[in-house]
Each structure stands twice: as C-alpha cells, then as structure tokens.
Design a protein around this ligand. Structure first.
Ligand SMILES: CC[C@H](C(=O)O)C(=O)SCCNC(=O)CCNC(=O)[C@H](O)C(C)(C)COP(=O)(O)OP(=O)(O)OC[C@H]1O[C@@H](n2cnc3c(N)ncnc32)[C@H](O)[C@@H]1OP(=O)(O)O
Ligand SMILES: [Co+2]
Length: 134
C-alpha cells in the first residue's frame, strides 16, 4: 500500500535560520515559504534527489505543531509522509486494523495540492505518519 517516501518533516524554532542553514551550510535547493492556514503551519520544501525535507513553522494561534516545539525547543523530526495511490482505501484499511486517523478522518488538501491524512504517532512506533495521495 505505501509507496515512496514523499517527505520528512522537521519542525523548526526559526524558519529563516533553518532555510539559511540548508541553503549555505548544506548547499540545498530551498523553496519559498508557503503559508498553509488550513494546517496551521508555514512550510518550506527542500528538494533532494530522492525525497524532500519539509521545514515546518507554526502559523496562527492553534498550530498543531506548537506543542511539539514547546516540548522540543530546538526543533526535531516531526513526521514522515508516505505516498499512496488511494488514500480512502488506505484510510479504511488502516482504521480496520485499529489505527487512529487524526482530525475528522477525512483527507485535507496538503501543501502539494493533494489529499493528505495523518495517523496517530502512538500507533506507528512513536512516529507521526502522514499519507499523501499522488
Ligand atoms: C500543509 C500540510 C503539510 C503537508 O505535508 O502537506 C503538513 O505536513 S501539516 C503538518 C502539521 N499538521 C499535523 O501535524 C496534523 C496532525 N497532528 C496532530 O493532530 C497533533 O500534532 C498530534 C495529535 C499528533 C499531537 O497533538 P499534541 O501536540 O497536542 O500532543 P498530544 O499531547 O496530543 O500528543 C499525544 C502524544 O503524542 C506525542 N506526539 C505529539 N506529536 C508528536 C510527533 N510529531 N511525533 C511523535 N510523537 C508525537 C506526544 O508527545 C504525546 O506523547 P506522550 O507520551 O503521551 O507524551
Ligand atoms: Co507533511
């Protein structure tokens, strides 16, 4: 069911500093910040030859990553995102296997304009897991 690793997301306490570090210290191709108010984050994608890094910074009062940054003030790996070709079939299969789908259980449109869902970290070895339909 899961396919390619679409991205690894890193929550950062200072988005500009993280972008500068990837651009200069790591020589990476760093995209422009994208506000995603529906998700409560600003994201920056860093294209790698085999996947992407998604830098995350809180946007708005109720950002879902605020708690994570409070607990991890230096930032940290926040989630991984796997690609699926049918997110509804994947969701229903995972729910049937007892996994918790976060939010109202319906896919939302993510930063790539594709449907995404999140699965509770406690059901996946302490790793917040995102699915993106491609
Ligand atoms: C623009 C979309 C973009 C894209 O790729 O397209 C995105 O990726 S948007 C990314 C931001 N959105 C989300 O993360 C939505 C899903 N996340 C959530 O619903 C919450 O963050 C949640 C439920 C995972 C955590 O909520 P909260 O921070 O309030 O913490 P809790 O106390 O409820 O956590 C319970 C338990 O889980 C541990 N936890 C929390 N976050 C993570 C994490 N990222 N990775 C691993 N574990 C996590 C937390 O420490 C608690 O554990 P405990 O042992 O009970 O202390
Ligand atoms: Co993501």
């Amino acid at each position: 069911m899961i396919g390619r690793l679409n991205h690894v997301a890193i929550a950062v306490p200072d988005l500009e500093a993280a972008c500068a570090q990837y651009r200069t210290a790591l020589g990476a191709n760093v995209g422009a910040p994208q506000d995603e108010p529906d998700h409560g984050v600003t994201v920056v994608f860093i294209e790698l030859p085999n996947t992407k890094i998604e830098l995350l910074y809180p946007l708005g009062e109720n950002s879902p990553i605020k708690g994570f940054l409070d607990k991890n003030p230096s930032g940290g790996i926040h989630h991984v995102c796997y690609e699926v070709d049918d997110i509804i079939a994947a969701r229903d299969h995972l729910k049937a296997s007892g996994a918790r789908v976060l939010g109202d259980g319906e896919p939302k449109i993510g930063a790539h304009g594709k449907p995404v869902l999140f699965l509770h970290p406690k059901d996946f070895n302490g790793t917040l897991t995102e699915l993106e339909q491609v």
